[in-house]
Design a protein around this ligand. Structure first.
Ligand code: MN
Length: 204
């Protein structure tokens, strides 16, 4: 069977209501089924348009197409990482353990210092975007990345360990326009085991 070779919306590793009270069922459902889905659909539509244009040898606006493709593909990939970074409050939040805990202290001085810098990165994203914890494999350092939109200020090839979505669509139902309140709440539902797992894999 020929593969469709298209993007697919990944299922969440928990139920829509499982991140309450920090993220409501309605907020999470709309974020996943409408906003994330829109990036999947957007990316696939462009891929299919490209397939058609190549097959029929039609002219396309390459610059505009690649810009639109980057927005949609990066949006899809960041959301896919984001869902895995979250866990129900019964097993999420608190502080990291494992290798990650040691690495954070080594590179940031303390967990509290890391948390403060990450929150500040998230709060100060210009417009819509993401805060990310990444690993630079050349220096072995953990580095914060402040992404504007889905694809501006990205360090190519850095391994992304943890992201926080600060598009207003991530929190408008629960926190209106209060990004800081959303960021504070999000620390209660971080899946540290997953972040640690991604670090272990990135260090291999
Ligand atoms: Mn989002």
């Amino acid at each position: 069977m020929e593969q469709a070779r298209l993007y697919v919306l990944p299922p969440l590793p928990y139920g829509y209501g499982d991140l309450q009270p920090y993220m409501s069922e309605e907020q999470l459902r709309i974020h996943h089924t409408k906003h994330h889905q829109a990036y999947v659909n957007g990316a696939n539509a462009i891929l299919q348009r490209l397939d058609k244009a190549r097959k029929e040898n039609l002219d396309i606006d390459v610059k505009a197409t690649l810009k639109e493709l980057s927005w949609n593909v990066a949006g899809h990939l960041l959301h896919s990482l984001f869902w895995g970074n979250l866990a129900p409050p019964s097993r999420g939040g608190g502080k990291p353990g494992g290798k990650l805990a040691d690495k954070i202290v080594e590179d940031f001085g303390s967990f509290e210092r890391f948390q403060k810098e990450f929150s500040q990165a998230a709060i100060s994203v210009e417009g819509s975007g993401w805060a990310a914890l990444t690993l630079c494999r050349q220096t072995g350092r953990l580095m914060l990345m402040q992404v504007e939109k889905h694809n501006v200020n990205v360090y190519p090839m850095f391994r992304i360990l943890m992201v926080l979505d600060v598009f207003e669509h991530a929190y408008y139902i629960d926190y209106k326009n209060d990004r800081a309140k959303f960021i504070e709440a999000s620390w209660k539902i971080v899946n540290w085991d997953e972040v640690d797992k991604r670090l272990e894999e990135a260090l291999k």
